[in-house]
Design a binder for this molecule. Structure first.
Ligand SMILES: Nc1ncnc2c1ncn2[C@@H]1O[C@H](COP(=O)(O)OP(=O)(O)OP(=O)(O)O)[C@@H](O)[C@H]1O
Length: 218
């Protein structure tokens, strides 16, 4: 039976096995602007699930199930055609580019003009209290500042969904609270469905959506 188009991210009958053992079984829907938090012990398959959704799962896994965004089936598409915005523990900024160039680099090619791209990058920096940081070298930023740059870079790339793999884990407590608020506020404003992998119950609480627990039993 064909199912009706549904806004947001649909994960239909996902089943991922490693060496014949079922690691992940999930059927879920994440509405635009909402977050599904994935928790569970180390090695239970949280990052594997993100890799499947993002289209970069190692072929060693046997994976089935559909990934749809706004009713469009992404399952057969390569990673770069899925337009998943991804944030990891490490912000992974390009070290040889200025902070502004790191952000401008992510802008889609239809955003024309060097000065225009630069202005958009500066505006994005100002939105996260980093006005004037554009010319800086990424190595000169603090962890929290790097995290904010990485967030803006991912949002400006016009993702269809956000995949967050413990993006707050390396931040200290106060910075963590502030950064997670910013991430979820921005995701809500952009109406992006979010999958958040975390070990921290406070992250799940801040995200406010459903929680999926991996059991991780080998
Ligand atoms: N490329 C790979 N080849 C073989 N096994 C792998 C590969 N990638 C992951 N695994 C295994 O798959 C299982 C799930 O790994 P995954 O990284 O998804 O766990 P996780 O829940 O994200 O763990 P953590 O919380 O420690 O990051 C683990 O047993 C891991 O060793």
């Amino acid at each position: 039976m064909t199912q009706p188009e549904r806004a947001g991210l649909s994960l239909r009958d996902i089943a991922i096995r490693l060496d014949g053992r079922l690691l992940i079984a999930l059927d879920a829907h994440v509405a635009p602007g909402e977050t599904l938090t994935v928790m569970g012990p180390s090695g239970s398959g949280k990052s594997t699930l993100l890799a499947y959704i993002g289209g970069f799962l190692d072929p060693i896994f046997d994976a089935q199930g559909q990934v749809l965004v706004d009713g469009v089936d992404l399952t057969a598409l390569p990673a770069d055609a899925r337009h998943a915005g991804i944030l990891f523990q490490d912000p992974l900024l390009f070290p040889h580019m200025s902070v502004a160039s790191n952000i401008a680099f992510a802008l889609p090619p239809d955003v024309k003009g060097r000065a225009n791209r630069r202005a958009i990058a500066e505006k994005a920096l100002a939105e996260v209290d980093l006005a004037g940081f554009g010319p800086r070298d990424p190595d000169t930023l603090s962890g929290g500042q790097k995290a904010r740059v990485a967030l803006q870079r991912v949002l400006l790339s016009r993702p269809r969904l956000l995949l967050l793999d413990e993006p707050f884990a390396k931040l200290d407590m106060s910075l963590r609270a502030q950064t997670r608020r910013l991430v979820f506020d921005q995701a809500r404003a952009a109406k992006l469905p979010v999958i958040l992998v975390t070990h921290d119950a406070a992250d799940a609480e801040a995200a406010g959506g459903a929680v999926f627990e991996m059991n991780g039993a080998p």
